[in-house]
Design a protein around this ligand. Structure first.
Ligand SMILES: Nc1nc2c(ncn2[C@@H]2O[C@H](COP(=O)(O)OP(=O)(O)O)[C@@H](O)[C@H]2O)c(=O)[nH]1
Ligand SMILES: [Mg+2]
Length: 301
């Protein structure tokens, strides 16, 4: 039964794709095994879009979808919202931002809540992304709110990671974590219609230059956009394409694959361990006089 559904999804049938994602999301027994039979090498590139809330990520994604669709390309979008009080609002906002595309035959959009790891990505996001990229699409876009480690996580997931910044973040940028700098390969200064955009762009370029992150000075990897009007979208497309081409080299791909493999192995190894279970086990043990935490964890070797 899965096999037939899978075949329809791989041909690009949106309903079947949605059903398959639900099966993966809910970790339905038997479905995971199908991954081993799939050709994960023959698949569409994944573009990650990350950055602080309100930076204009969804507005940019909306424009990017338009740009791809105009070229006759098929696009899949995954929006990941952090489990937070803002979750619902963010979801609604994204729906409004991308409303034009929800029923378009060339566009598949799916929102995922980020349950599980605090502020991190959805626990099945690697599998879901790997799945969608095989479903007869030309590109997969993953939008995540950059909170804590999720930018770094997305770097292992995407073939090109775009960090969206806004001029207002002038002070923040000076404290930009090294991990974040490493994680992204395209830096967008969105809301370039706002005051301070030029100064911010100069600051960003000089930071990238002195970080030594790129073989050149990195200025080719900085793009100014006004997502709300579409300004700079073609430049962004070009920058993303260049990075995607660079990242198809073996040297660039292996570290990305290693990160994905690491996350998948980690999840598999930790599958039977969770805090609630540990609390239950500890409840009885701690009452004993001679409780030793290190003895306790020995059984998890
Ligand atoms: N002035 C200006 N506003 C923008 C621009 N891009 C997005 N916005 C607005 O910024 C707000 C947040 O955008 P949204 O795409 O939802 O941000 P996200 O949280 O990063 O996905 C919305 O009200 C957008 O209309 C821009 O380039 N210039
Ligand atoms: Mg958004």
């Amino acid at each position: 039964m899965f096999q037939e559904l899978l075949q329809q999804a791989i041909k690009g049938d949106h309903k079947s794709i949605a059903r398959c994602i639900s099966l993966i999301e809910n970790e339905v027994p038997g479905f995971e095994a199908l991954f081993s039979t799939m050709n994960t090498e023959k698949s569409a590139p994944v573009v990650g879009i990350t950055g602080p809330p309100g930076a204009g990520k969804s507005t940019l994604v909306d424009q990017l979808i338009g740009s791809y669709v105009n070229e006759g390309k098929k696009v899949a979008v995954i929006c990941i919202d952090p489990s937070s009080p803002f979750n619902f609002g963010a979801l609604l906002g994204d729906r409004i931002r991308m409303s034009e595309w929800y029923n378009h035959p060339s566009v598949f959009i799916r929102s995922l809540a980020s349950r599980g790891s605090l502020g991190g990505l959805h626990p099945m996001v690697i599998e879901i992304t790997d799945f969608i990229r095989m479903c007869n699409v030309d590109v997969v876009i993953v939008e995540t709110v950059g909170v804590g480690q999720s930018e770094v996580e997305i770097a292992g997931l995407a073939d090109a990671t775009v960090l969206v910044l806004v001029p207002e973040g002038g002070d923040e940028i000076q404290f930009m974590k090294a991990g974040l700098m490493e994680a992204a390969s395209v830096f967008v200064v969105n809301k370039s219609d706002r005051e301070g955009a030029d100064r911010f762009t100069i600051l960003l370029k000089s930071m990238l230059h002195s970080s030594g992150r790129f073989a050149d000075d990195g200025s080719n990897n900085v793009v100014n956009t006004v997502a709300s009007t579409g300004e700079g979208i073609e430049a962004l497309r070009e920058c993303i394409s260049n990075v995607l081409v660079e990242n198809t080299s073996i040297e660039k791909r292996i570290p990305l694959l290693a990160r994905r493999a690491y996350r998948l192995i980690e999840k598999r190894r930790m599958a039977d361990i969770n805090i609630q279970l540990l609390v239950e086990e500890l409840t009885d043990l701690v009452k004993q006089q001679k409780f030793n935490l290190y003895q306790f964890i020995n059984k998890y070797k």
